[in-house]
Design a protein around this ligand. Structure first.
Ligand SMILES: [Zn+2]
Length: 365
C-alpha cells in the first residue's frame, strides 16, 4: 500500500531525465504585451444624429481632446469623446466638456446619445490580439512580420532549427558526461556556426560560478580577456589550425570530449579573434577586459541547460548576447519563471529568448 500512495515523480525530477530524443521544438518567450489580452478601459461616447456632423465634431475633438491615438474614433455614428476616468466624480460630461470651449453645435452633438463603452487600452502587437480587440472597438494595428514569425515559429529555417536542437542535446550530454550533471552553457557564433566557448557551473554555490557568468567570462578569454581565476585547463591554439580563430574560450575537457566523439566530427569550433587585439598587443598593460567587456557576446547565441538566474541574465545583457536559448526552467529563473528580464524596456540591450520544448511538456499541460 505504501507504494500505491507514493507521489508521482515531479516535473523537476522528470526534466533531469531529459535525453536526446525528448527535445521536440523551440518556442520564443515573448513579453506579455504580445500574448496577454489587451485590457479594456471605459470611455464616454456620443451618437451623432447625422453624418454631416462628423467632420466638425472630429476636427474639434482631435484638437481639444487628443485621446485614443491607437483607436478609430468613430464606429458607425458613435464617436469616442474621452476616457471616462477623465471626468470628475461629481461632474457631468457636459460640465467636463465646458472647460474646452467647444463650439456650441459640437458641444450639443457630444452630449447626445451618450454611452459608456469598453475600448482597448493600447494597440495590439500580434494579429491574434488584434482580432480579439476589434470585437470591442475598431483599433489601429501595424502588423509586424518578424514578431508574427516568432510567435508561429517560422522565424527559423529547417536547418537552423536542427542546429539549435542539436545544441540543446549537446547541453544534456555535456552536463551528464563532463560536468557531473551540473548546468552547462555553450556560446556560438551563428555566422558559421562555430562554438566559441563552453562553460559548466562549478560545485561552488557562488553565483559568480554559475555557468552563465562563467560562459561570459570564457568568451572574454577568446578575446584575450577574462577575469575568473581558474585551474581549468583551456584548449590551446595549434599553429596550423588557428590563424583567424581561437579555441582559447573552450575548456580542454569539453573540447577533448567532443573531438573524440564521432557524432560531433562535423561541429566547428573557435571564435574569430578580436580585430582590435592585434593592435592591443603592442600596448603594454592595456586592460583588455575593460576595453572589450561591454561588447563580448555581440552577435553571439547562448545556449543554457538551465534558465539563467537574474545575475546571469544581467551578465548576458551586459555582454550584448544576441539570443538566449535554454532547456529547463529554474526556480529562480529570470527569463520566464520569475521575471522576463529581456522585456524590461529600460535596459539598454535586449536579447531574444527561446525555450526548447520537450516531449514531456505535452503531458504536463
Ligand atoms: Zn546565475
Amino acid at each position: 500500500m505504501d507504494i500505491a500512495v507514493a507521489p508521482p515523480p515531479n516535473k523537476r525530477a522528470r526534466k533531469s531525465q531529459t535525453l536526446d530524443q525528448d527535445i521536440t521544438g523551440i518556442r520564443a518567450i515573448l513579453s506579455d504585451e504580445f500574448d496577454e489580452d489587451i485590457a479594456l478601459i471605459k470611455a464616454h461616447s456620443c451618437q451623432l444624429e447625422t453624418k454631416q456632423q462628423l467632420q466638425a465634431v472630429i476636427q474639434e475633438l482631435s484638437q481639444k481632446l487628443p485621446h485614443f491615438q491607437h483607436l478609430k474614433r468613430v464606429r458607425d455614428r458613435s464617436v469616442l469623446i474621452c476616457p471616462s476616468s477623465e471626468i470628475g466624480v461629481s461632474q457631468t460630461l457636459e460640465q467636463h466638456l465646458e472647460q474646452f470651449a467647444f463650439s456650441e453645435h459640437v458641444l450639443r452633438a457630444l452630449c447626445h446619445g451618450v454611452r459608456v463603452v469598453d475600448v482597448p487600452e493600447r494597440m495590439p502587437r500580434l494579429r491574434a490580439q488584434y482580432e480579439k480587440t476589434i470585437q470591442h472597438w475598431p483599433c489601429k494595428f501595424h502588423p509586424n512580420h518578424y514578431s508574427e514569425s516568432l510567435r508561429n515559429g517560422t522565424n527559423f529555417s529547417a536547418g537552423q532549427r536542427i542546429f539549435h536542437k542539436r545544441m540543446a542535446q549537446l547541453l544534456v550530454r555535456l552536463s551528464r558526461d563532463v560536468n557531473a550533471s551540473r548546468p552547462v552553457g555553450i556560446c556560438v557564433d551563428p555566422r558559421q556556426p562555430s562554438i566559441v566557448s563552453i562553460a559548466g557551473a562549478s560545485e561552488s554555490a557562488s553565483p559568480h560560478e554559475h555557468c552563465g557568468m562563467l560562459l561570459v567570462d570564457f568568451v572574454a578569454r577568446s578575446q584575450e580577456g577574462g577575469a575568473t581565476k581558474t585551474d581549468l585547463p583551456f584548449t590551446e591554439d595549434s599553429e596550423a589550425e588557428a590563424e583567424e580563430t581561437t579555441l582559447r574560450g573552450i575548456p580542454k575537457a569539453y573540447y577533448d570530449y567532443l573531438r573524440k566523439n564521432d557524432e560531433y566530427k562535423d561541429l566547428t569550433f573557435g571564435a574569430e579573434k578580436s580585430r582590435e587585439s592585434k593592435e592591443v598587443e603592442h600596448v603594454q598593460g592595456a586592460d583588455n577586459l575593460a576595453k572589450f567587456g561591454p561588447y563580448l557576446c555581440t552577435g553571439y547565441d547562448v545556449y543554457l541547460l538551465q534558465e539563467p538566474c537574474l545575475m546571469c541574465s544581467m551578465a548576458l545583457v551586459h555582454s550584448r548576447a544576441k539570443r538566449v536559448f535554454f532547456l529547463r526552467n529554474s526556480e529562480n529563473g529570470a527569463l520566464v519563471s520569475r521575471f522576463q528580464l529581456h522585456s524590461v524596456r529600460e535596459l539598454n540591450h535586449h536579447y531574444e529568448v527561446f525555450q526548447f520544448t520537450t516531449s514531456e511538456d505535452g503531458d504536463l499541460t
